[in-house]
Design a protein around this ligand. Structure first.
Ligand SMILES: [Zn+2]
Length: 509
């Protein structure tokens, strides 16, 4: 049983990291996995990966590394630690982040220490003591260096202290000094990161180079009789490269070594930057900027990486005027994402070749303007069948169940279920309900504040896709609603089910 449990964990890790993880090390949007072959919600949603997910992936990586001693777990650990975890705490006021939006030119918001205690604050406080974990490992005799973080290892039983000093990543090297009670022969294994090229990581002891082959993803073993005061120096050359989204859609994230490079685009409309205690305070609710107007990368040919140019005298800082379009944006500065705060930013760039860019823009503009118009009309909405959105809308019901069909969550009932939606300005006019076109023999009523607004009979003849149906809400219900609360109830007729409800949206004109 234990072994089977372990196999599940290894499978989960592989599938999440290989198929669902983006460069910052996070996964999912609005707390749910989206289809593996469709990452569009990742770049369109204001709700990107949740910090708790990465917290749990680090925990799992740690256990699997300690069990399997495979450095692929540390490669992921390092990537997620620097790019997601480290980016989720504000360097001055210490606020913690829930969602890290990947929508170009959106932003993330931070917790308020007095008012906001989300899940990502609880796990978030634990997150930032992880920097001291897993830097070193050992077996009976030997010691292993996994991460390049300033630190001190004290292995009392062995009489060994290892002091690591480094300005990595601003300087591409680290130095380790051994303090030994007495000379001792053992191996110091240095992790050769997957982001180096074969043979590139160089190791010296007391200034003399150590022979051996540096194989990315393996330890570089230094075996000798060590003496007190010996100094190991490790050169860690980094390169710039790009990674597309896992579904291979044309969105590219720029990397340098294990670091995600982001660009701060501006700091306008950062509404709710430090969250209040409102129900949706953890979501960056400021306006979405149109995707088609976001800077893009023009990728022509194989060696485009050469166009990412280091800025002189500013470590880990780059510009890419030859890649970024339009020209008016080519001054944008690229730097590690974890150093970008209080700003709108780009991590994933839409890419295309020079002659494609214009047509890409107009196609995006069409798709995006539909989404933005919908956003503008939406007052409140419930992603039905999803735990968090349902609980945030006071879900209740009898004889009701939920599930997933064609990658979308639904809820139905043989009795009833209901949500509270909020219309504080009393401007709602339309209730939009999403069904599956093939649902048949479903007879039910829709009620708002106990008044029936529609009797619905689904006949199954609406095709194999999802269908939005708009219902007019009588003005009297809106005006009489106490505090603007509209209780939307789906109530099945005797012997029938409600339709599978895939989304409920309250809209203004
Ligand atoms: Zn969380």
């Amino acid at each position: 049983m234990i072994l089977r449990g372990l196999m599940h964990l290894i499978f989960s890790w592989n599938t999440v990291v290989n198929n669902r993880t983006i460069t910052i090390g996070g996964n999912s949007t609005h707390e749910h996995f989206h289809p593996v072959d469709d990452f569009s919600s990742m770049v369109e949603s204001r709700q990107g990966p949740e910090t708790c997910n990465t917290y749990n992936m680090l925990k799992l990586s740690k256990h699997l590394f300690l069990y399997k001693n495979d450095l692929k777990y540390i490669d992921y650990y390092e990537q997620a630690l620097y790019n997601h975890i480290l980016s989720t705490q504000h360097p001055e006021h210490g606020g913690l982040v829930y969602f890290t939006s990947m929508r170009p030119r959106h932003y993330r918001v931070y917790s308020n220490p007095e008012k906001t205690f989300w899940c990502c604050v609880g796990s978030g406080i634990e997150n930032h003591e992880k920097y001291g974990e897993l830097i070193y490992a050992h077996d009976n005799d030997d010691v292993f260096v996994n991460l390049f973080i300033p630190s001190e290892l004290n292995w009392k039983e062995k009489g060994l202290k290892l002091v690591q000093k480094t300005d990595f990543p601003d300087i591409e090297k680290t130095t380790l000094r051994l303090q030994l009670d007495q000379p001792d022969e053992f191996v110091v294994g240095i992790r050769c990161p997957a982001w180096t090229k074969p043979g590139e990581m160089k190791v010296t002891v007391n200034g003399n180079s150590v022979s051996g082959e540096a194989v990315p993803g393996q330890y570089f073993p230094v075996n000798r009789k060590w003496e007190d005061g010996d100094i190991i120096e490790v050169q860690l050359p980094m390169h710039t490269y790009g990674k597309y989204l896992p579904d291979e859609s044309p969105y590219l994230s720029l990397m340098h070594g294990p670091f995600v490079l982001g660009a701060a685009t501006d700091s306008t409309h950062l509404e709710g930057l430090i969250a209040d205690d409102s129900r949706m305070g953890h979501i960056a609710h400021g306006q979405l900027y149109p995707l088609d107007q976001a800077p893009m990368l023009k990728i022509d040919g194989e060696s485009w990486e050469e166009e990412v140019i280091p800025v002189e005298d500013e470590p880990m800082t780059f510009k890419a005027p030859g890649l970024i379009v339009p020209d008016s944006e080519d001054d944008l500065v690229l730097k590690p994402f974890f150093r970008i705060h209080d700003a709108r930013y780009i991590v994933y760039w839409r890419t295309g070749s020079s002659d494609e860019i214009d047509s890409i823009r107009s196609a995006m503009s069409e798709r995006d303007s539909v989404l933005l118009a919908l956003e503008k009309r939406t007052i409140d909405e419930v992603a039905t069948g999803e735990q968090q959105p349902e609980s945030e809308h006071n879900f209740r019901g009898e004889a009701t169940e939920s599930g997933v069909h064609m990658d979308r969550h639904w809820r139905h009932a043989s009795q009833w279920f209901a949500y509270d939606l909020k219309d504080p300005e009393k401007e709602a006019q339309v209730l939009r309900v999403t069904y599956f076109g093939g649902d048949s023999d479903r007879h039910f009523d829709i009620l708002i504040n106990d008044q029936k607004i529609e009797e619905v009979n689904l006949d199954g003849f609406q095709g194999d896709g999802f269908v939005d149906v708009d219902y007019q809400i009588p003005e009297s219900i809106i005006q009489e609603a106490t505090d603007g609360v509209l209780t939307v109830k789906f109530s099945a007729h005797d012997g029938s089910l409600t339709g599978g409800i895939y989304h409920v949206r309250l809209m203004r004109k």
